[in-house]
Write a protein that binds this ligand. Structure first.
Ligand code: G3H
Length: 526
């Protein structure tokens, strides 16, 4: 019996028909795309239609770009020259309005991407916290720069300035959090933006359009709907974008970069794919290791860039690990996002179960077996995570970022085996290392830290807490994100310098007294 709590029922469809350009919520009368959920509202399985969104194209995309360019006005716009204090006030006004939309956004997160209720709430709250932390960090940045340096006979007043127009594209697995983790620092640093929501998780942005419109000067935030190819590509082709901020995969990032006619002008802030390994040493505490590997491989059905996507277990403990781990995978609860205790939830991409099945078939044909009883069982919108062992390097599940519920396991005798694999891999985001002996761990940590950008000791991989650096090597990322680092990634150091002489010293004193420059100022916000 499909019982959906009253608060989460879809009582009316959302046919969203506005987009935000140049401070105006413009009405869209063109073609639309249906938004549907793989979650059924009826006992007999049927996807649920949630509503529709505009399917925009080049003219609207270029209109949004023009609005962002006009608001930036080659660095002379109201927003890029505004006092830090005033920009912060706009951001505070936005976040207050955003908080009032929590229930609507959380409900849509569940329906659109199948994220569990606690995780959807966490995504919303974490984003709000991210915005407040960003505001605090920006105040600190401002305090730190409200002074003059002197080297030799040259004084300098150094700040961080905006870069220009940012095109911002987020992923479907964190359609709110990851997108805002790009958008918010880009905006607060004085850039102007064009933002297009991800393929899934689009309707959940619509309750926030008005908050964006009423909190920022016109043209600072422009929001479009449509397919990346139709909307993002024409914007890139103009060569007028200064920063491409994208969390997604390297194929789309590369395709978009290539459209830009002057690649030297384009800055990149990219969070891309990964294949984070778990390495389990023979002395690992298996209780704790299994807890962490379960969380790492199965949270949000493995649809996280930070998910553990391949597991290396030492020969000596592989039997016990596989047995206990497989039992735990089968004991997880599958259910709709609002169901108490549901850890596995419907997959938002209708084609995902078939893709995962292809990976399983390929692995089985090449010698792997499924170690858990429920592994690979299909239901209407799901495929149960299969624990595959032994996985070899010629299998697709070893090579491809599965981004879904399937768990490849390899065993090793010599630690050099996983280390060599990691060195050869295209990815370099994080690793989870499980073990106790410090003399074994120490050299491993030293090596692993140079292969990836976060070594998680006896802990699963994750992005958070968001104050820590989030980045990767090779095909996994470009630039670093964290509350603090994102402010740096979306800005550039720019300064006023002057030689120490009477004329300059007097002029600077007058400039400071007059308080008419927003850049040259020693005032700061407490
Ligand atoms: O998809 C990648 C996300 O950054 C993962 O974030 O580790 O907090 O789930 P998380």
């Amino acid at each position: 019996m499909n019982t959906i709590p009253k608060d989460f029922q879809i009582t009316s469809k959302i046919h969203h028909n506005t987009y935000l350009v140049n401070g105006e919520l413009k009405k869209w009368n063109g073609s639309t795309t249906e938004v549907s959920s793989t979650i059924s509202s009826t006992d007999e399985y049927k996807p649920t239609v949630l509503g529709s969104i505009p399917d925009m194209g080049e003219p609207e995309a270029l209109g949004a770009l023009d609005a962002a360019l006009a608001a930036y006005n080659q660095g002379q716009g109201v927003w890029p020259t505004m006092k830090v204090k005033d920009r912060i006030e706009c951001m505070e006004s936005f976040v207050k309005k955003m908080i009032t939309k929590r229930d609507e956004v959380v409900k849509l997160l569940m329906w659109e991407i199948g994220k569990s209720l606690p995780d959807s709430q966490k995504e919303f709250d974490r984003t709000v916290e991210y915005i407040y932390d960003t505001i605090e960090d920006y105040k600190q940045l401002d305090r730190d720069s409200a002074k003059f340096h002197k080297s030799g006979d040259v004084y300098a007043h150094i700040r961080r300035g905006p870069l220009g127009v940012v095109l911002c594209l987020g992923p479907y697995n964190y359609p709110l959090n990851e997108t805002f983790a790009l958008l918010i620092p880009a905006i607060i640093m004085g850039n102007t933006t064009v933002f297009k929501p991800a393929k899934h998780g689009v309707l959940l942005i619509t309750p926030l359009l008005e908050a964006f419109q009423s909190s920022f000067p016109k043209g600072v935030v422009n929001i479009l709907f449509g397919r990346g190819r139709a909307v993002a590509a024409p914007i890139m082709k103009t060569g007028k974008v200064d920063v491409l901020a994208l969390i997604g995969n390297s194929k789309s990032a590369n395709a978009l970069q290539e459209q830009h006619p002057k690649s030297n002008r384009l800055r990149l802030v990219l969070g891309l794919e990964a294949k984070n390994p778990a390495i389990i040493l023979p002395d690992a505490d298996l209780d704790l290791t299994i807890d962490e590997v379960i969380a790492g491989t199965t949270s949000f059905n493995g649809q996280r860039c930070t998910a553990l996507k391949v597991v290396y277990v030492h020969e000596d403990i592989k039997e016990e690990f596989l047995k206990r781990f497989s039992e735990r995978v089968d004991a997880l609860k599958f259910g709709n996002p609002w169901e108490e205790g549901a850890k596995l939830t419907p997959l938002p991409e209708p084609s995902k179960p078939a893709y995962i099945q292809e990976l399983i078939d390929d692995a089985l044909a090449k010698g792997a077996t499924i170690k858990n009883k429920k592994g690979g069982i299909h239901s209407d919108n799901y495929i149960w995570p299969a624990v595959l062992y032994p996985v070899s390097k010629d299998m697709r599940v070893y090579e491809e970022e599965q981004f879904g519920p399937v768990i490849p396991v390899l065993s090793f005798k010599d630690i050099e085996e996983p280390l060599d694999d990691m060195a050869e891999s295209n990815y370099g985001q994080q690793v989870s290392l499980f073990g106790k002996d410090v003399y074994t761990l120490s050299p491993l940590i030293d090596t692993l830290a140079n292969l990836v950008c976060r070594v998680n000791l006896n802990s699963s991989c994750q992005r958070g807490p968001d104050v820590y650096p989030f980045t990767g090597r090779k095909d996994s990322a470009q630039a670093t994100l964290s509350v603090h680092d994102a402010l740096r990634s979306f800005s550039i150091r720019t300064f006023v310098a002057f030689k120490d002489n009477e004329l300059n010293n007097e002029t600077i004193e007058q400039l400071l007294d007059a308080k008419v420059s927003n850049f040259l100022s020693t005032d700061y916000i407490l």
